[in-house]
Design a binder for this molecule. Structure first.
Ligand SMILES: Nc1ncnc2c1ncn2[C@@H]1O[C@H](COP(=O)(O)OP(=O)(O)O)[C@@H](O)[C@H]1O
Ligand SMILES: [Mg+2]
Length: 300
């Protein structure tokens, strides 16, 4: 298996702040990989180290198999880290022309890229007047003109309206599905990650809190949803494994194999069950629960 990014024992401290706290991660090539986490979790720091912009305090990172900062790997990588800045007096088209020249990429279909990122109508406007969302789009085009194998995007839709977000999401999927690129995407927006990513890692305070395919992460935190009366009795039997849902149902956090035993116990206790159904958690549930348990671990 080949890897887009491999981190081992990676630590980065800024004074007393541990931006990355001794973590290891391997992101295989292919598809869209999400790095999810609240602000300050260490997402941008991870990308900066991978791109050789910042040196780690300890540990190692490889990009497309090469040590961080190696030119051969950087040439095969396109990235947008936070909101990019360009000379304000150049038009979008001239900015891309300049960058294409600098990169030595040869002939670049600049109009095609402007179209693909949704900037065709603004191609001849000076970028100084661009909104944050437009700068993000330009950054994306700049990252893509060299047709990189690996695309690293840090919060690519920040500052965009819902229609723009949807467009960029479609472009990201297309990069992976049609152009065959590997995309690594950082975001604190669950919805974005759920819709576009195949696999995710959840970062919290510089550590990996959870990792896996979006489907398996949500399935692994499935709950048995019980509509049964009296609810109080159900909660009593479940103890700490039960929580009341907003609509009067009870969610049971038990292994699937224990379902028959639980149902038997409930019936024997005189509970009337109208409905018992396994329900996958949504990514939001996984995310919040993961961050909660991380906090609990830290508090100990
Ligand atoms: N250049 C820097 N100097 C000092 N602290 C920094 C610097 N860059 C990042 N940090 C700190 O490191 C932590 C992780 O930041 P960052 O990687 O930007 O998180 P994220 O991208 O997930 O929001 C934060 O606490 C942040 O304040
Ligand atoms: Mg960031």
């Amino acid at each position: 298996m080949s890897f887009a990014l491999q981190a081992e024992g990676l630590t980065k401290t800024y004074g007393a702040v541990r931006a990355l706290d001794d973590f290891s991660l391997a992101i295989p090539t292919g598809g869209v990989f999400g790095v999810l986490g609240p602000n300050g979790a260490g997402k941008s720091t991870l990308f900066r180290i991978a791109l050789g912009l910042v040196a780690p305090t300890r540990g190692q990172i490889r990009l497309l198999g090469a040590p961080a900062g190696q030119l051969s790997a950087l040439r095969r990588t396109g990235s947008v880290i936070e909101t990019p800045r360009y000379p304000p007096y150049l038009t979008a088209r001239d900015t891309l022309r300049m960058l294409a020249l600098e990169s030595g990429a040869g002939t670049v279909d600049i109009d095609g890229w402007l179209e693909r990122v949704g900037l065709a109508a603004a191609a001849d406007r000076k970028t100084g007047g661009f909104s944050v969302g437009m700068k993000q789009r330009l950054g994306l085009a700049a990252a893509l003109i060299t047709r990189p194998e690996l695309v690293i995007l840090d919060e690519p839709t920040s500052g965009m309206d819902p229609a723009g977000i949807q467009e960029i999401r479609a472009l990201i999927r297309e990069l992976a599905d049609r152009d065959g690129a590997t995309v690594i995407l950082a975001s604190h927006q669950l919805d974005e990650v759920r819709r576009v990513c195949d696999r995710v890692v959840i970062l919290a305070k510089g550590k990996i809190a959870a990792e896996g395919a979006v489907d398996s992460l949500t399935a692994s935190q499935a709950r048995l949803r019980l509509v049964a009366t009296p609810t109080a009795r159900v909660l009593e039997i479940l103890g700490p494994k039960g929580v009341a849902d907003s609509d009067g149902a009870v969610l049971a956090d038990i292994p699937r194999a224990e379902t028959p035993a639980l149902i038997r116990a409930l019936v024997e206790a005189g509970v009337e069950i109208t409905e018992a159904r396994w329900r996958d958690a949504d990514l939001e549930g996984v995310y919040l629960r993961t961050l909660d348990s991380q906090e609990a671990r830290d508090a100990r």
